[in-house]
Design a protein around this ligand. Structure first.
Ligand SMILES: NC(=O)c1ccc[n+]([C@@H]2O[C@H](COP(=O)([O-])OP(=O)(O)OC[C@H]3O[C@@H](n4cnc5c(N)ncnc54)[C@H](OP(=O)(O)O)[C@@H]3O)[C@@H](O)[C@H]2O)c1
Length: 376
């Protein structure tokens, strides 16, 4: 069947995307189909709504302007835009039977905000656990707080390597094509009890459904479905790149990824970090990475070509925003330690960068106090 013209879904599918930034708008806009004005419903029966924050008024007024390398430029008008999670939860336009899928596409900052607690009013729980939570975030260990809070709901874990950014409020640019990897999450190891196995089975069914939505209805060619262990391997493998490049670019004085790998001492350091993640992942998941996942030397060689790439942590550091330190460094170190493996290099990066962030926050707060005092 042509991916251009899939038939409308028999039953309506209600998707709520929490976090209308680069990633949220990119995936939401691919799943959304134009509203048919006569029937007042989306042509494919897929309703995609957005929970915004600072960009709410512009998105509510004029939608999201998408500038994509792959699909061209277009305006995405969601089924509904909400200014906050409580507003979405209490809205009369929310689906009566709850959202089928809740995509979480905020930055993963568990040291600042508990995403699972935040989205709780949106999640239909109960024995049938109707709402499936889809996490499109970097790092490892992002699923566990959701699993604890929503023990019966299926979880889909997603890793994306799209490169996208919100260049101004309500304007999102996709710079590079994406590969999207999806898999279920029960307990991180594929379900060790009968209940866990059942959750993994339901998560796998949701995973396959979201892959179908993305590929046939969203035109995203390389969305791939994994089993639970396979998906965790993809997550740890992405951490291998993120945990090496992201903190090192900040701590090396603001160097881009390609620039770092051309420096012999930094290259050695990055390779050491990547090898450490390879070993840790084997301890945690019980098996080595499959051969198809690139080894450190190959990752370093391909990074040489990424001359305009600036790791997201560096961009966040430059703008004084919180960095995704816990999910990219803290969680891997802690999870590996629980399995008896000490990640010495990552632990060092984690301690240094966490301290740098704390010191900078304190000094910014002191400056603000001084300025306020001067004004009084
Ligand atoms: N961008 C990429 O190319 C890329 C690639 C791979 C993976 N990722 C990962 O994908 C995740 C999302 O990244 P991103 O680049 O899309 O970040 P982003 O552009 O900063 O988007 C996050 C959005 O979430 C919103 N938000 C945060 N808390 C919210 C809340 N409580 N209610 C409503 N909205 C809320 C933010 O609003 P405000 O603007 O008001 O803060 C922002 O619009 C991260 O884990 C990132 O590492 C990103």
């Amino acid at each position: 069947m042509s991916s251009q013209h899939p038939p409308p879904k028999e039953k309506p599918v209600h998707i709520l995307v929490v976090g209308a930034g680069a990633i949220g708008c990119f995936y939401a806009s691919r799943l959304h189909h134009k509203i048919l004005t006569i029937l007042r419903q989306p042509s494919k029966n897929i309703y995609v709504s957005l929970v915004c924050r600072s960009n709410y008024s512009i998105v509510a007024r004029s939608g999201v302007q998408m500038k994509t390398r792959t699909f061209g430029d277009y305006t995405f008008t969601p089924a509904a835009a909400y200014p906050s999670i409580p507003a979405a939860a209490s809205s009369s336009s929310a689906p009566k039977d709850g959202w089928d899928y809740i995509f979480v596409t905020t930055k993963a900052l568990p040291d600042i905000v508990d995403d699972a607690a935040e989205i709780e009013p949106l999640v239909r729980k109960g024995p049938d656990g109707k709402s499936c939570i889809v996490l499109i975030q970097n790092g490892v260990g992002v699923e566990e707080p959701h699993r604890k809070r929503f023990p019966n709901n299926p979880l889909v874990s997603v890793v994306t390597i799209v490169s996208a950014e919100q260049i101004s409020q309500g304007v999102v640019r996709q710079n590079r094509w994406t590969r999207t990897s999806l898999g279920p999450y029960s307990d991180g190891l594929g379900g060790r009890t009968a209940e866990g196995k059942e959750l993994a089975r339901r998560g796998q069914a949701c995973t396959d459904d979201v892959v179908d939505l993305l590929t046939r209805y969203g035109g995203i060619r390389d969305a791939e479905s994994y089993d639970e262990i396979g998906m965790q391997q993809v997550r740890w493998h992405k951490v291998c790149i993120n945990a090496a490049n992201n903190p090192s670019s900040v701590l090396s004085g603001g160097r881009g990824s390609a620039n770092m790998v051309m420096d012999p001492d930094l290259r050695l350091h990055l390779k050491g970090c990547m090898e450490e993640v390879f070993e840790a992942a084997e301890h945690v998941l019980g098996e080595p990475f499959p051969a198809k996942l690139a080894k450190p030397e190959r990752i370093l060689t391909s990074t040489e070509r990424n001359t305009d790439g600036r790791p997201s942590m560096l961009v966040d550091w430059i703008h004084g925003r919180p960095m995704e330190l816990e999910v990219i460094l803290g969680n891997p170190v802690r999870i590996a330690r629980e399995r008896g493996y000490e990640m010495k290099r990552l632990q060092t990066l984690y301690a240094l960068l966490k301290s740098a962030q704390k010191m900078r926050k304190e000094s910014t707060e002191q400056d603000a106090k001084r300025q306020n005092g001067a004004k009084l």
